[in-house]
Design a protein around this ligand. Sequence first.
Ligand code: PLP
Length: 348
Amino acid sequence: MGYFRENVERAKGYEPGFQPKQKDMIKLNTNENPYPPSPNVTKVLAEISAEQLRRYPDPLGNKFRRAAAEVNDVEPGYIMCCNGGDELLSMAFRAFCDQNRPVAYPVPTYSLYPVLATLQNCEAIEIPFDDEFNLPPRLVGTGAALTIVCNPNAPTGSFISVEEIASLADELEGGLLIDEAYVDFAEENCARLVRDFDNVIILRSLSKGYSLAGIRFGYAIAKPELIAGLMKVKDSYNVDAIAIAVATAAIRDQQYFKENVEKVKRDRQHLTEQLRALKFDVPTSHGNFVLAKNNNCKASEIYDKLVQRNIYVRFFDLPGLGDKLRITVGTAKQNDRLIAALKEILSN
Ligand SMILES: Cc1ncc(COP(=O)(O)O)c(C=O)c1O
């Protein structure tokens, strides 16, 4: 045995998507936004002085909280800033779960959840989706201290209506974390549920809709009582001064954000149609990615052949996903190059 806690020794750790650095590549593997952040972000970055960095940042990121509160029609006390949505997930596991307090979530879903469960040494109750990715009724009555529903779900892109999630929140005894990292690309979101339910925490990310994966910024929306509990497990200065300034500039530019989201949604539709024409099964996606299964060629083989052509998509060698590829929606030009490469691969 090594020096670590037994469950840490046992953990494999999360495997982030590959970050290739070649110049002429097409990177559709980690659901980044293909468009740059708001021009206001560039302006704010240019105005940051080295002197500003001498002091600690605002521990609560109040400037951002006020901006996010306006966008979501809640009070700033309902918002907590996080170092990426992933940090909120870590905080929720630490605040809610232990050896006697399990987590539950439908599968397949974001592969970070089981990793965090192992690190927190809590049982993970995994309940399979049906073939249409409906909310599994068995999520009620698990006795979990924390239930997570990723909506839109990754990597399936499927979406569960706000009404269904509201009924789940009502029936659960523990906390319900709704992971809305991809909700910017969906038609509706669960923000309004935080008014009615004191067990609901919503996760948001600025990595996808706001093109800011590089600064690591996300936030929680929940009743102030839940926010206060989560704050007990947060690092004092969990978001840095540059990130607060940049994230605030981005979320304040709703017009630019909405224009980019519309472009991604339009291209998602086109990509889906083109993949279906190539005989891929592609469920309707509500995220900035699609999940595609080809019945004639193995996903791992297509993946390798795309890499040979400098095109990166995501392949998960996991139960239920080993025959599928998750493809981020790129620019129209990137999507066209992907489709051309797939045509070539599948015709050989
Ligand atoms: C389902 C889901 N939730 C949360 C996150 C966290 O995003 P970030 O930490 O970049 O805000 C991701 C990132 O890919 C994700 O796929």
